[in-house]
Design a protein around this ligand. Sequence first.
Ligand code: FES
Ligand code: FES
Length: 210
Amino acid sequence: MASETFQLSRREMLVTSATTAAVSAIPSEPADAAPAVKAVPTYKLAITVNGKPRALTLDPRTTLLDALREHLHLTGTKKGCDHGQCGACTVIVNGERINACLSLAVQHDGDAVTTIEGLGTPERLHPMQAAFVKHDGYQCGYCTPGQICSAVSVLEEIKRGIPSHAQANLLAAPQPTGAEMRERMSGNICRCGAYSNIAEAMADVAGASA
Ligand code: FES
Ligand code: FES
């Protein structure tokens, strides 16, 4: 009985699918009619990226991540999940790390953005970049720009006394302990699992132990 029901449902589904396909194939307007194109409203913004003023005219729905990668061609910042879950897109805005995929570019009119390209150069690496190389803090490297931007910000947060969940006493000055740095880096996922080496690199820069 159950299989008869299934067969009937399946036949019905096939008939419905065929009907839908046939209806979709009927052109709704003459073949030579130009498709209607709606003008997309744009927004002008001025941001400073890696110390340089940049002017952009963007669809207001453009994320900061897409503005950096697709409009300014700064592809060091990576798109992993595009949903705020992996940290690959981490950049530093006005001294704070953020997920660039979760932020619209128009929200950053007038802001100063630092990407991995702005931290150092191949000839003159930022100390955190050099430490990642020294401690093998990566494998495929896809998460690495976000890890490094986050790591730089984490040490700044600790210096500024910003508390974290790793502290027993939220009023005490945070210290760059292994637990503290691991907690603060928990939003940056590494599919290759280079976590212990990343922790060693951060500890090296912080002058602490991982
Ligand atoms: S790409 Fe932004 S958090 Fe994953
Ligand atoms: S180094 Fe491959 S995802 Fe982190």
